[in-house]
Ligand binder design. Sequence first.
Ligand code: SAM
Length: 163
Amino acid sequence: MTQKTKLREGEVTVDMPPARDAGLVFIGRIRTPWKSRLETPRQGRHDGPVCRLEIFEPWVPAIKGVDFYENLEVVYWLHQSRRDLVLQSPKNNQKTRGTFSLRSPVRPNPIGTSIVKFVAVEGNTILVRGLDCLDETPLLDVKPDRCEFSPLAQEKSGDVEGE
Ligand code: SAM
């Protein structure tokens, strides 16, 4: 349901190449209070409202253990974004910039990420604070925040630069 929003001064689109199937599956959907992009925060805050990550079967058992972490990384598909802009002019900052220098939802692969505060698990649902997406946004992945996970993971030889 990509939306072709009106172009602003300086913005440049490209013809999208045909999509290659990366084999992504939506593992759930995100329930938030926001029904329109205008009212959705630009970036989530840890004192923001509780949002719900509803996990679909067969992925529900994969929730086990997320309550160990204070912070989780949530990866989602910003499904209403257009994808064909290489130059963008953010609304409150008229300077035109390249898509890869922005965290705009408009990008060739509209993947959003947020570090969220874990609140609770209720059945097939993970409750978190700190999201910034529309209600019903498709969920791609949930993983521990790397700053909490890395110190627990076993060290590998490539972790530090060799002499
Ligand atoms: N935190 C993520 C990141 O940095 O990767 C997303 C940031 S993006 C600036 C957040 C904005 O994307 C929201 O303010 C809203 O305008 C827009 N947005 C949220 N959910 C969306 C969706 N499902 N489809 C398209 N746009 C969406």
